[in-house]
Design a protein around this ligand. Structure first.
Ligand code: MCA
Length: 509
């Protein structure tokens, strides 16, 4: 039973009418509904010539059909490539060229026309000489409507898969390079899901409050798989809206969120114990949870947030315990099947308390970066340990404390943002000589993007020039929230820009 869908289905097929996805102001969708909807979508994908291993790029709004589409891909052995809905056409083009998908499913936009020649924003022809992709939408009807194509069809078979077969590809960037497609196997996803479902004590009576996006590991895999393995109900909110979340909390028993969720709940003066009478567990991840928020949340609600740590390439790596002390500032212990170590620059394992790079090994570790063998090789040691790029230390009990990152990546509201990408975009703009992008503290998002920009000789720059440089090119969450127009950037003796100095001078660590 290596197809993840078989595992998920085995947990609800005894009682398929149980409610699964409850969207506000609509009838909840049962597990049986999602099973048949995904079989219909699977048939439509097969009809669109999707074969096992083919990529299906998905950039759609959060809705039950987005989940059905994911399950459909699993069923037929296709590789889902979910994309952030905020990505611009220019950003999407990179992913399409790289992933060369057989099918692209986009969220319906009023001006969207799936006919290639009338689709000006996107390049319909993948550059690698493969067949052009088929473009579909999740619109109920109209040209390219996946639901319409799926009507009356059903592909109930679930393709047998090996544990090592790829189920999903999620893009992640590095300090300098282009985004890399991290290939996650059916085995990766299943092992992590089983470990977390048991570690966090999920049962059929749980009701999961789901306000995360479904294009990242956190919302798509961690949250949904945990619930599905217990055939539990999910309150499926389209996005994080504080009022809707507070309403959902009345019925929910578990919530998974990024720290921004907790910041926003605490910003409500009357939020407290009365809001979470049915709750048993608040989980936080994707960005560091501050000790202040951790403590304030306990004081206000009586609940201690459980912080865990993961990354796209590995799913979840560590977790604070369900029973036992959850320590502020610690992301907890390695998951049961995961080996964890902290090493120095010579890859020598360090003693408890010593700070170095965090490395992990286990069935959760991805199969490599899509068509980037060298990068894959560089990411792993011969003994299978993956270099996370995160800096931390283990204590004598085996708890991990994170102390920063080897790269200068910014985490804003749980989204990873790579300064290089923004700098490259800025540096191409007329009148900009050079730029440096850093993360500065932000009360809501944890970190925010700040750009330091030096005008090209003989040019004067305004803030609007900087805004124009990124408009339409980069997703809005990457746009600088603070802009500093400066004469020079601080450099060390080697000529390298001193980003730490910029951060320090503006209230950052
Ligand atoms: C939205 N905006 C942001 C962010 N989100 N700016 C910076 N950082 C962000 N994260 C901007 C928008 O561009 C927009 O700007 C304005 O804020 C309002 O947009 P809106 O969509 O209304 O924002 P929001 O609903 O308030 O969203 C904030 C959010 C959301 C709830 C924190 O970003 C979110 O759900 N984040 C979760 C991310 C996540 O799931 N991460 C997991 C990945 P403008 O007004 O200029 O247009 S990491 C992962 O999976 C690993 C494995 C792990 O360990 O979990």
């Amino acid at each position: 039973m290596a197809n993840l869908y078989d595992l998920l289905r085995s947990r609800f097929e005894g009682d398929p009418e149980r409610p699964f996805l409850a969207v506000p102001e609509a009838e909840p969708r049962s597990y049986a509904d999602l099973d048949s909807r995904s079989a219909a979508f699977a048939a439509a994908l097969v009809e669109s010539a999707v074969e096992p291993g083919d990529r299906v790029v998905v950039q759609v709004d959060k809705c039950p059909d987005a989940v059905a589409l994911y399950l459909a891909c699993l069923r037929i052995g296709a590789v889902i490539v979910p994309l952030n809905v905020a990505y611009t056409a220019e950003e999407v083009r990179y992913y399409l060229d790289d992933a060369t998908p057989r099918v692209v499913v986009v969220r319906p936009e009023p001006e969207f026309d799936p006919e290639p020649e009338r689709r000006p924003e996107f390049n319909p022809e993948p550059e690698r000489g493969s067949e052009p992709s088929t473009w579909l939408t999740l619109d109920e009807e109209g040209h390219g409507s996946l639901p319409e194509l799926a009507a009356g069809r059903s592909h109930t078979a679930v393709l047998p898969r090996d544990t090592d077969d790829i189920a999903a590809m999620l893009y992640t960037s590095g300090t300098t390079g282009r985004p890399k497609g991290a290939m996650l196997t059916h085995g990766n996803l299943a092992s992590n899901a089983l470990a977390l479902n048991s570690l966090w004590g999920f049962g059929p009576q749980d009701v999961l409050l789901h306000a995360l996006p479904v294009f990242h590991v956190h919302g798509l895999f961690v949250a949904l798989h945990c619930a599905m393995l217990s055939a539990a109900k999910v309150i499926f909110l389209p996005r994080f809206d504080t009022r809707a979340v507070r309403r959902g909390l009345r019925e929910a028993t578990v919530m998974m969120g990024v720290p921004t969720f907790y910041n926003r709940l605490l910003a409500e003066p009357d939020f407290g114990r009365g809001d979470c009478t049915a709750m048993r567990l608040f989980i936080s991840g994707s960005a560091p949870l501050s000790e202040t928020v951790f403590r304030a949340f306990t004081e206000r609600t009586g609940h201690t947030i459980l912080e865990r740590y993961g990354m796209t390439e590995a799913g979840m790596i560590t977790s604070n315990p369900l029973r036992g002390d959850r320590k502020a500032g610690s992301v907890g212990f390695a998951l049961p099947d995961v080996d964890l170590r902290v090493v120095d620059e010579a890859s020598k394992e360090l003693e408890p308390g010593e700070v170095g790079e965090v490395e992990a090994r286990g069935p959760n570790l991805f199969a490599g970066y899509w068509q980037m063998e060298e990068k894959t090789r560089a990411a792993f040691h011969a003994n299978g340990f993956f270099r996370t790029g995160d800096i931390g230390s283990l204590d004598s009990e085996g708890r991990l404390q994170l102390a920063g990152r080897a790269s200068d990546m910014i985490i804003s509201g749980g989204f990873n943002i790579y300064p290089k990408e923004i700098e490259l975009c800025l540096d191409e703009a007329p009148g900009i000589g050079e730029s440096a992008v850093v993360g500065l503290p932000d009360a809501d998002f944890g970190e925010q993007v700040a750009a330091f920009v030096v005008p090209a000789p003989g040019h004067a720059l305004q803030e609007t020039d900087i805004r124009r440089a990124v408009e339409g090119r980069l997703a809005r969450f990457k746009h600088p929230k603070q802009i500093f127009i400066v004469d020079t950037l601080p450099r060390n003796a080697m000529g390298k820009v001193q980003k730490a100095a910029l951060r320090k001078a503006h209230g950052g660590g």
